[in-house]
Design a protein around this ligand. Structure first.
Ligand code: MG
Length: 337
C-alpha cells in the first residue's frame, strides 16, 4: 500500500475565537492510501493545544509506510503499531485509521456505517458552533444557524452572560455551552447557576482538564449535565472521570481514529456516561468519518467543515439539523473540483 500526504490550508468563514485562542485559518494534512485499485482518504487536523502542527503530522506520516501491513482489513494490529510508534501524534494516527477504514469498506463495496454494523437511521442532530464574538456578529451567526436545532455556544470570555442574553433574544434553539476549560471552580459554580435561566442542555469542560475534584463540585452545583472534552483523549481516560461528570465528548483527532473511538464509546457506556462526538476544524473527510459513528452517540457536534470557506469535498450532509450519511462505498466522499 502506498501513502501520499499533503498540507491543505482551510480558510475560516469567520475568525474562530474560544476561551484560549483565536484563528482565521487552519492547516490540516490530507492523506491518501492506495492498494493499486482503490484509494482511501484520511485527514489529520493537528491541534496546537495537544502539541501538534502540520510539520509534526508529516514527520509522523513519513514513518507510516513501514508500519502498514499488506492488508487494509488488519485494522486492530495496524492501530496498535501506530499507537506504539506514533504515540505523540494522535491526529496523524487518525488520518491513517480513517484512510484504512475508507479503503477497507470500499474494497467490500459498502458504506462505512455498514462496515461498522451501524444503523444510518439512528444519526442524531448536530449542533452548530457560535464562537466568542461581539453582539452584532453573534446575532448574525445565530441567524446563519437557523436550520440547526442546537447551538454550541463558546464561553469563557469576559462577557459570557451578555453572549447568552444576545443569543436567547434571537433564538429558541437548544443551547449547549462549551467553556473550553476557561473557568475557575468559583466562576464555574456561579455560571452553571446563572445559566439555569437560559435553558441550557449541558455545559462542556468548565474547568482545566485535570481538575477532577473541581468537576465534582461543579456537577453538584449544576442543574444541567456536565460534559468533558479536553479531559478525555482515549478510552483509558474514561474510568477516572466516571464519578466526576455526566458524559464525554470524543474526537477522532484526540483519540487517533475510529477504532479507538469505538473503544472509548463502549468504555463510556460501561460507566453509565453520555457520549458526544465532536470535531476540530476539518474538511468533509474527517467530519464524514466521525459522522459514520454517530448512530452510537447521544449528541453530535460535527460542524467543523461548515465553518470553512474552501472545503474541497462533500460527504455527510445535514437536513433540518440531522446528519445524513452518504450511501457510496467507504466514507462516501466526493471531490468538489
Ligand atoms: Mg469542546
Amino acid at each position: 500500500m502506498q501513502c501520499h500526504a499533503k498540507t491543505i490550508r482551510l480558510d475560516l468563514i469567520h475568525p474562530f475565537r474560544i476561551s484560549r485562542e483565536v484563528s482565521t485559518y487552519k492547516e490540516n494534512v490530507l492523506l491518501s492510501i492506495t492498494d493499486g485499485e482503490k484509494t482511501g482518504l484520511g485527514e489529520a487536523a493537528p491541534s496546537a493545544y495537544y502539541g501538534e502542527n502540520a510539520t509534526a503530522v508529516h514527520d509522523a506520516l513519513a514513518r507510516v509506510p513501514s508500519l502498514l501491513g499488506k492488508n487494509p482489513f488488519d485494522l486492530e494490529d495496524t492501530g496498535r503499531r501506530l499507537q506504539t510508534h506514533l504515540p505523540e501524534c494522535a491526529s496523524a494516527r487518525a488520518a491513517v485509521d480513517i484512510a484504512l477504514h475508507d479503503l477497507a469498506a470500499q474494497r467490500l463495496g459498502i458504506p462505512l456505517y455498514q462496515f461498522l454494523g451501524l444503523n444510518p437511521d439512528r444519526t442524531p442532530t448536530t449542533s452548530f458552533t457560535i464562537a466568542i464574538d461581539k453582539p452584532d456578529k453573534i446575532r448574525q451567526k445565530v441567524h446563519e444557524a437557523a436550520e440547526y436545532p442546537a447551538l454550541k455556544v463558546k464561553l469563557g470570555s469576559e462577557h459570557d452572560l451578555e453572549i447568552m442574553r444576545t443569543i436567547r433574544e434571537e433564538s429558541d434553539a437548544k443551547i449547549r455551552v462549551d467553556a473550553n476549560a476557561g473557568w475557575s471552580v468559583e466562576q464555574a459554580i456561579y455560571m452553571v447557576q446563572a445559566l439555569a435561566e437560559f435553558d441550557v442542555e449541558f455545559v462542556e469542560q468548565p474547568l482545566p482538564p485535570d481538575d477532577l475534584d473541581g468537576l465534582r463540585q461543579v456537577r453538584a452545583a449544576a442543574s444541567m449535565p456536565i460534559m468533558v472534552d479536553e479531559s478525555v483523549l482515549m478510552a483509558a481516560d474514561v474510568p477516572r472521570l466516571a464519578d466526576c461528570v455526566d458524559g464525554v465528548n470524543l474526537k477522532l483527532m484526540k483519540c487517533g481514529g475510529l477504532r479507538e473511538a469505538l473503544r472509548l464509546i463502549h468504555t463510556a457506556r460501561a460507566h453509565g456516561l453520555m457520549v458526544m462526538i465532536g470535531c476540530m476544524i476539518e474538511t468533509s473527510v474527517a467530519i464524514t468519518a466521525a459522522a459514520h459513528l454517530t448512530p452510537l452517540v447521544d449528541y453530535a457536534d460535527l460542524d467543523g467543515h461548515l465553518l470553512i470557506a474552501n472545503d474541497p469535498y462533500t460527504g455527510v450532509t445535514v437536513q433540518n439539523g440531522r446528519l445524513i450519511l452518504p450511501e457510496a462505498p467507504g466514507l462516501g466522499i466526493k471531490n468538489i473540483v
